[in-house]
Design a protein around this ligand. Structure first.
Ligand SMILES: Cc1cc2nc3c(=O)[nH]c(=O)nc-3n(C[C@H](O)[C@H](O)[C@H](O)COP(=O)(O)O)c2cc1C
Length: 365
């Protein structure tokens, strides 16, 4: 009899344990060696299914395998992305609320439960060297037309050698990443002070589970280097003085045109702060979305300051973590945004040269 394998099942092998995950059902089962061996055997000899064999019967009844084909699927990526997507969809609710009051009670109880332990603190780089930023020109952001910024923001892949003004850097960082005192003052007094900071972008659970690492390449009157942005004091804690001119483009997976950016920011998710409140891996989605919100606000603020912008999901993770001195798994760089003076061209010069004789271009990177 042929064997069909449930696509929602995967085996996790660890010391003295084989765990069978059913990602759709959000269930994990520890299985013994007889069942684990038989599953492997069936995978290699799928025609050997025997419903009268008690182990095969248990695997069939448990839904790990079937003797009939599963419905076809249209998933386009590999198993890893599927496991993540399905495994973080439709999280079971043991006792769904039947009224607003019940929802409110269980929400407040979950918050109180998280608050029993302190939230992992934000990264502190205030003890080392720091770089003072000039006061941000908030009027610049206030007077820029929101709609004009939305319309003119675009991805530029050709930057010039004109240095970026340090005050523009300060304004962009303040506008997109600083904790705004005026917002914090309005947060409900029941919110613990460890999570009552607010930025111009929303953040999942109000946790501000992110850090910003600033790269200076061509900023007027400032050395090149890597810094950590402190969103409370609006200062930059120095991580690395002076950078090789090629480091950023190497870190950004060889996207060579990033060499001319004035400055940029690696946005890192603080997964440990997410874990503090949200134990389910669905919160990984929230981490990515947090960073996406910060990214767009950064790009709009930079546009309001008359800068050209670029962004990248592609980078060398290990290299970036190493240079930013990030050691803990609870923090992960997730995205890069950059700005400077450019031509506004969406195509970098090298591709322009190649394409100058051809007629069309495929999908953008
Ligand atoms: C999540 C995300 C990742 C991106 N990654 C890259 C990248 O690695 N390199 C790049 O040159 N552009 C990248 N882009 C920019 C897109 O190619 C660009 O936004 C798109 O072509 C639309 O153009 P526009 O930004 O001018 O509207 C990324 C954009 C987003 C939203």
């Amino acid at each position: 009899m042929p064997t069909y394998f449930n696509r929602d099942i995967f085996l996790q092998v660890s010391k003295e344990q084989v765990v069978l995950w059913n990602v759709r059902e959000h269930r994990q089962y520890s299985i013994d060696s007889a069942h684990a061996k038989r599953l492997v055997e069936l995978a290699l000899e799928s025609a050997s299914l025997d419903a009268s064999n008690p182990i095969d019967e248990a695997l069939l009844n448990g839904g790990a395998i079937s003797n009939a084909p599963y419905p076809p699927e249209s998933w386009g990526w590999d198993a890893l992305a599927r496991i993540f997507h399905i495994g973080t969809s439709d999280i079971p609710q043991p006792s769904p609320p039947t009224s607003g009051a019940q929802w409110a009670n269980s929400n407040l109880a979950a918050c109180a439960n998280a608050a029993k332990h302190p939230i992992p603190p934000a990264r502190d780089t205030t003890r080392g060297d720091s770089l003072r930023l000039p006061p941000p020109d908030v009027m610049r952001l206030q007077t820029a037309s929101f709609w004009e910024c939305c319309k003119t923001r675009s991805t530029c892949r050709e930057f010039t050698s004109k240095p970026t003004d340090l005050q523009d850097v300060s304004t962009v960082l303040y506008g997109s990443l600083a904790f705004l005192r005026e917002r914090t003052e309005n947060v409900h007094p029941s919110v613990p002070s460890s999570i009552n900071n607010r930025r111009t972008s929303p953040s999942g659970g109000g946790l501000n589970a992110s850090e910003a690492y600033v790269v200076f390449q061509n900023v007027a009157g400032a050395p090149s280097g890597l810094f950590h942005y402190n969103p409370i004091s609006h200062t930059l804690g120095c991580i690395k003085h002076s950078l090789s001119p090629d480091w950023l483009s190497y870190a950004l997976s060889d996207q060579y045109f990033s060499r001319e950016l004035g400055f940029g920011v690696f946005l890192a998710g603080r997964l440990d702060r997410m874990w503090w409140k949200y134990p389910h891996s669905r919160a990984y989605r929230v981490s990515l979305l947090d960073i996406g919100h910060l990214s767009q606000t950064f790009l709009l603020c930079a546009t309001a300051c008359g800068l050209h912008t670029w962004l990248s999901g592609a980078f060398r993770d290990r290299e970036v973590r190493t240079q930013l001195l990030i050691q803990d798994d609870g923090e992960q760089p997730l995205f890069f945004v950059g700005a400077g003076h450019g031509t506004g061209d969406e195509l970098d010069p090298e591709r322009r040269a190649i394409l100058s004789n051809s007629e069309s271009i495929g999908a953008s990177p």
